[in-house]
Design a protein around this ligand. Structure first.
Ligand SMILES: [Zn+2]
Length: 275
């Protein structure tokens, strides 16, 4: 185990390295983004992990849908990942996991975006659907069908502003992996594009491997849209009805990082290998 002094030295050297990596400034569009990233990081000392924040759009009732970028966007070779929670407003707990990552220590070894609240109106009203009564996980423009009731799919493919906002974001970022967190089915969908990865996710998060059939209505879902159109893979992760705060806040953030070989501040590498 490294001593606290060693840990501090490692952290300082990592931060210096990160700064140096960000410094070379050829006149490209990327430079501008790096500048914005650094400015954003400097602007919010209460969220040291956040290197950029982006408003993806607004909900039906005008609430912002926010994405936060963590990790090492400028470092080549790290996995690009998007985590999304609370697509259904009455599945309120999994966003704690994403908020904990956002508000916690800096992370390394990953280029990570977190969208803690996809459906802010549903969250405010404690409803599955958005303020138009639409299930945002049946509104995507791949195998969209006109569904009613619990799975109301909207007036047409991508009719909802929330869907449009996140869709534009995913098209732009095109992450290698998306984890879409839900409740309460408790399991990871292993009948999916990348089954080996899905099994790894289940193992790391201590959730059972399961096959979800979208309640028999696999139409217009976000994961199927992404899996169809892009090289990367999107995976549904379902926690139970009432996962504890301890599980989501204390344990799950590290577990999620380990899925991707990432860690907090670079300090965990040695400890992880020794464990
Ligand atoms: Zn859900």
């Amino acid at each position: 185990m490294p001593t606290p002094t060693t840990r501090t030295a490692v952290l300082v050297s990592l931060l210096l390295t990160a700064t140096l990596l960000a410094l070379p400034a050829p006149a490209t569009a990327d430079t501008t983004r790096t500048g914005q990233v650094l400015a954003a990081a400097l602007a919010r000392e209460d969220q040291p992990a956040v290197v950029a924040r982006r408003k993806l759009g607004e909900s039906v009732e005008g609430r912002p849908i926010m994405a936060y970028r963590l990790g090492e966007p400028a470092r080549r070779g790290v996995p690009s990942v998007v985590l999304i929670a609370t697509m259904h407003g009455d599945e309120r707990r999994t966003r704690w996991l994403l908020q904990t990552l956002r508000d916690g220590d800096p992370v390394v070894g990953i280029d990570l975006w977190v969208v803690p609240t996809f459906n802010p109106d549903g969250l405010a009203a404690d409803t599955r659907a958005n303020a138009n009564g639409v299930d945002l996980n049946r509104n995507w423009p791949y195998r969209w069908r006109d569904l009613d009731g619990r799975y109301e799919s909207g007036s047409g493919p991508a009719s909802e502003p929330e869907t449009q906002a996140v869709m534009a974001f995913l098209k732009k970022v095109q992450p290698q992996r998306i984890l879409s967190f839900h409740q309460p089915l408790k399991g990871v969908d292993t009948d999916t594009k990348d089954r080996a990865f899905a099994r790894r996710v289940a193992k790391k998060l201590h959730l059972p491997e399961k096959t979800f059939d979208c309640g028999g209505t696999c139409y217009g879902t976000m994961t199927s849209w992404y899996n169809h159109h892009f090289d990367g893979s999107a995976l549904t992760v379902e926690y139970g009805r009432t996962p504890t705060r301890k599980r989501l806040v204390k344990r799950a953030p590290r577990q999620v990082l380990r899925i991707f070989g990432a860690a907090y501040g670079g300090l965990e590498w040695g400890a992880d290998e020794a464990a």
